[in-house]
Write a protein that binds this ligand. Structure first.
Ligand SMILES: Nc1ncnc2c1ncn2[C@@H]1O[C@H](COP(=O)(O)OP(=O)(O)OP(=O)(O)O)[C@@H](O)[C@H]1O
Ligand SMILES: Cc1cn([C@H]2C[C@H](O)[C@@H](COP(=O)(O)O)O2)c(=O)[nH]c1=O
Length: 212
């Protein structure tokens, strides 16, 4: 890996995609070359199985937090070659969701008593066994849960093809996931983290991403 690997994390509807797009624009204007990838990689096998499961398909697969986590992990494993290519040909690779999404959502589903165990499992599975590269920086876009839910709801109303999935409709899960994300960030899980309030200044964020 040559590029700086920077991850944007947060709840459903937090604004990760919107922020990543703005960041790509700002960095590109500065002459920084940016590769971009979002997980799950919809349109590919494991991601589409996961999406189908979260919309009630795949014979109840979504009832199992571990089965869902494995699908998301295998999606990233299948992206390894693409990740390496992006890293070899850009200054920065920006990822919209990565391994910490799996840690946060799966731990939130299993409850606080199993958080440490499941976060260890995800880290060992994805970084140590599947060989995914460690991020240089993880950014938590800490949009308030109610605002993120409102945005996800408005997006659904505006685009009937973008119906909310099981996780997006589960307010308690979103709250618990936000709490787990904050603990991951506070503990510096697997990289340095930066926690951002809603609607951050993109120029300041670009400074942070290029390490200045
Ligand atoms: N700063 C903002 N102000 C107002 N609306 C916003 C802002 N950022 C994002 N939105 C809107 O909120 C919705 C969710 O944003 P976005 O798709 O960027 O979130 P996301 O975190 O990538 O979501 P998901 O993980 O669920 O795909 C979109 O309809 C987007 O247009
Ligand atoms: C990558 C990834 C995602 N999830 C969860 C988070 C979301 O609720 C859904 C789908 O993601 P999207 O950003 O809304 O398209 O899946 C997860 O649990 N683990 C992961 O690794």
């Amino acid at each position: 890996m040559v590029a700086r690997l920077v991850v944007v994390e947060g709840l459903d509807g937090a604004g990760k995609n919107t922020l990543t797009t703005a960041l790509v624009g700002e960095l590109t204007d500065r002459g920084v070359s940016v590769g971009r990838l979002a997980f799950p990689r919809y349109g590919t096998l494991h991601a589409d199985l996961a999406a189908d499961a979260l919309h009630g398909g795949q014979a109840g697969t979504a009832d199992s937090p571990h089965a869902m986590a494995l699908l998301f992990a295998l999606d990233r494993h299948a992206a390894l070659a693409e990740l390496r290519e992006l890293a070899a040909s850009h200054d920065v690779v920006l990822l919209d969701r990565y391994v910490a999404s799996n840690a946060a959502y799966t731990a939130a589903r299993l409850g606080p008593g199993r958080e440490a165990e499941v976060i260890r499992w995800i880290g060992e599975l994805e970084f140590d066994r599947l060989g995914l590269p460690l991020p240089d920086l993880q950014i938590l876009l800490d949009t308030p849960t109610a605002l993120a839910a409102e945005r996800a709801g408005s997006r659904e109303s505006a685009d009937p093809g973008r119906t909310r999935d099981r996780y997006e409709r589960d307010a308690a899960l979103q709250t618990a996931t936000g709490e787990t994300y904050r603990r991951l960030a506070a503990s510096g899980w697997r990289s340095p983290w930066r926690v951002l309030d809603v609607d951050p200044d993109v120029r300041e964020l670009a400074d942070l991403v290029v390490g200045s």
